[in-house]
Design a protein around this ligand. Structure first.
Ligand SMILES: Nc1ncnc2c1ncn2[C@@H]1O[C@H](COP(=O)(O)OP(=O)(O)OP(=O)(O)O)[C@@H](O)[C@H]1O
Ligand SMILES: [Mg+2]
Length: 270
């Protein structure tokens, strides 16, 4: 076993909220690993600890053997990141944004290198377009391109497929698979069972800040999905949604806590 990321007994608290509640997991070199869970499960908080953006209240995170809290700079040099919401300078076009990121990372890039990177992400026609002039799918592809400017060993992608139409989403999946074939380790978050099933070598199911299951999608389904009623079995295969329901007793709409908040809010506005 060759671990790229080792998370050991991780805790993150924001005031009274236990966002990450004793998470341990190991992500292997070269795999596409998915953190799957509803809103508020603690996915972004976990990624934030891997990047060193949030200091955990307990536990450790190591990337390629470097302790994130003690060797933050060494870890940052290994990482490329696409945040859940990408805020890009609106005054710069796609080429200029790549040049800016290259300058931040201190990576020498010629005009030809910039053009080649944009072409790799299907953005040759959009080199002079600003982010506001790009479609959602194109913006997401630009965010992925910017995440690999520093040729990182590990790419952290926070909901790369969210908000995209099915075709754009498949385009993003192709780019993520390509990142893997280039030898990178990819850690992504998603609410989408389909995305996790299609894209990830292994999936960690997160709920209420805890990892409640971890395996390949096929193994999770084989072990946890209950048998489908005959009428349903005739129409579809068991999937990760069935696994999630079986393990948590609720769907992907939210954790218990946020569902309670949601019902209270709905009652208040009714
Ligand atoms: N900066 C913060 N301050 C206070 N609470 C926070 C902060 N960031 C996250 N939280 C809370 O921590 C919990 C976990 O949030 P997190 O963003 O990690 O979830 P997530 O799984 O990424 O959810 P989503 O799918 O909605 O992005 C939530 O209850 C959230 O409200
Ligand atoms: Mg999130």
């Amino acid at each position: 076993m060759n671990a790229m990321i080792e998370i050991n007994d991780l805790y993150v608290r924001y005031g009274k909220v236990n966002a990450v509640n004793g998470m341990s997991l190991s992500i292997q070199v070269g795999e596409v690993f998915g953190l799957l869970g509803p809103n508020g499960a603690g996915k972004t908080s976990t990624l934030a600890c891997i990047q060193g953006l949030v200091r955990p209240n307990g536990g450790t995170v190591r990337v390629a053997g470097h302790d994130v809290s003690r060797e933050g700079m060494a870890v940052k040099a290994l990482l490329g990141v696409q945040l859940q919401k990408t805020a890009l300078f609106e005054e710069l076009n796609a080429s200029e944004l790549v040049e800016l990121f290259a300058a931040i990372y201190n990576v020498p890039m010629s005009k030809a290198d910039v053009a080649a990177l944009l072409a790799h992400f299907g953005l040759s026609q959009k080199a002079t377009a600003r982010p506001t002039q790009l479609s959602g799918g194109q913006q997401q592809r630009l965010a992925l391109a910017l995440a690999v400017v520093n040729n990182p060993q590990v790419v952290l992608l926070d909901e790369p497929g969210t908000g995209l139409d099915p075709q754009a989403r498949r385009g993003v999946w192709t780019l993520i698979r390509r990142m893997q074939s280039e030898g990178r380790t990819v850690v992504l978050t998603t609410h989408s069972m389909e995305e996790a099933q299609e894209l990830c070598d292994r999936v960690g199911i997160v709920d209420g800040g805890k990892l409640i299951a971890l395996d390949t999608p096929q193994a999770l389904i084989a072990r946890h999905a209950p048998p489908l009623p005959p009428a349903e079995a005739a129409r579809r295969q068991p999937n990760l949604e069935d696994v999630f329901l079986a393990l948590t007793g609720h769907g992907l709409g939210g954790t218990h806590a946020s569902q309670d908040d949601e019902s209270a809010w709905l009652a208040a506005v009714a």
